[in-house]
Design a protein around this ligand. Structure first.
Ligand code: NAD
Length: 298
């Protein structure tokens, strides 16, 4: 029996996409501006190709221009850097996203650094990282930004809340911690070397799990009434569904945590759908800033 409110990320993401589509229609009508996103994918990773296809479809559904460059796995780093350089100079391209991971022969940090910061809709460029941590206008990584939107929608003012972020990756954990700090939470960043993780977790009003370990966070780690945001996406065997079948689970044991939490995101259908919706939002913001237009609140 669960007592927690299940946070419906699909519904929040659909509402955000609708607000983005409205903003795009207004920008076209009032400024003749159509925000445009270009995605570059290198190699054949099937999961990455699915993500990229979804990004393209949702970009077009929001009324924006979508372009995708699909490059072979053996593409030299210099060719990728030259393409980014060309897109940086193209005034009709407002957002550039390089799908990660890249093949091993390409230096990821060099590629991310080559993207012009005001077109860096993934928010991974060090300039955007620095802006985020110093409280300046930044393009913010999409997954943690989506988590923050869900938290604010559920909790309202986060001021003074005790938050724990489990995971310290550049993509999720660290920017999540920066966003919560900017909302005046008292933030603990936990990671693989953290001692007494269950105890630290039990102190938190807000738990964000971004670890990549199936159902690691147990129900008795959660404080009564806490809000739990589960970023993890882990595929595990599901023999109950039939031979060779699998299913997705988060980093939190949902059944257990839902008995004590005040609210919790499910996997799938929680944080996941917010990521692309936030990418669309970032593209609109980037297009506005590049054209000297006040970006709408989205
Ligand atoms: P990562 O592997 O880069 O980082 C994992 C972090 O977890 C590390 O900082 C590590 O220190 C920490 N960690 C590992 N073992 C731990 C332990 N036993 N105790 C405490 N901390 C531990 O992963 P990531 O890219 O941050 O992704 C995390 C999860 O979120 C993955 O499941 C990933 O699939 C998922 N994810 C989901 C979305 C989405 O759109 N919903 C986006 C990005 C990542």
């Amino acid at each position: 029996m669960s007592s927690a409110e299940i946070i419906d990320g699909k519904a929040y993401a659909a509402a955000l996409r609708a607000r983005v589509a409205d903003a795009v229609a207004t920008l076209k009508a009032s400024h003749g501006l159509t925000p445009a996103l270009t995605v570059i994918i290198v190699g054949d990773d099937p999961a990455s190709h699915v993500y990229v296809r979804n990004k393209g479809t949702q970009t077009e559904e929001a009324g924006m221009v979508s372009a995708t460059h699909r490059l072979p796995a053996e593409t030299p780093e210099a060719v990728l850097l030259a393409l980014i350089e060309k897109l940086n100079a193209d005034k009709a391209c407002h957002g550039i996203l390089v799908q990660l991971p890249l093949p091993k022969h390409i230096d990821e940090s060099k590629v991310l650094a080559a993207i012009q910061p005001d077109k860096d809709v993934d928010g991974f460029h060090v300039i955007n990282v620095g802006r985020l941590w110093t409280g300046q206008d930044a393009l913010v990584p999409c997954t943690p930004f989506g988590c923050l939107m869900l938290l604010k929608a559920r909790v309202g003012d986060l001021w003074g809340k005790r938050a724990i972020v489990i995971g310290r990756s550049n993509i999720v954990g660290k920017p999540m911690a920066a966003l919560l700090l900017a909302e005046s939470c008292t933030v603990t960043i936990a990671h693989s070397r953290t001692k007494d993780l269950p105890e630290r977790c039990r102190e938190a009003d807000i738990v964000v799990a971004a670890v990549g370990r199936p159902e690691m966070v147990k129900g008795d780690w959660i404080k009564q009434g806490a809000v739990v945001i589960d970023v993890g996406i882990n595929r595990v065997p599901a023999p109950e569904k039939g031979d060779g079948k699998s299913k997705l689970v988060g980093d939190v044991n949902f059944e257990e945590a839902a008995k004590v939490a005040g609210a919790i995101t499910p996997v799938p259908g929680g944080v996941g759908p917010m990521t692309i919706a936030c990418l669309l939002r970032n593209t609109v913001v980037a297009a506005c800033r590049q054209n000297g237009i006040d970006a709408p609140e989205l």
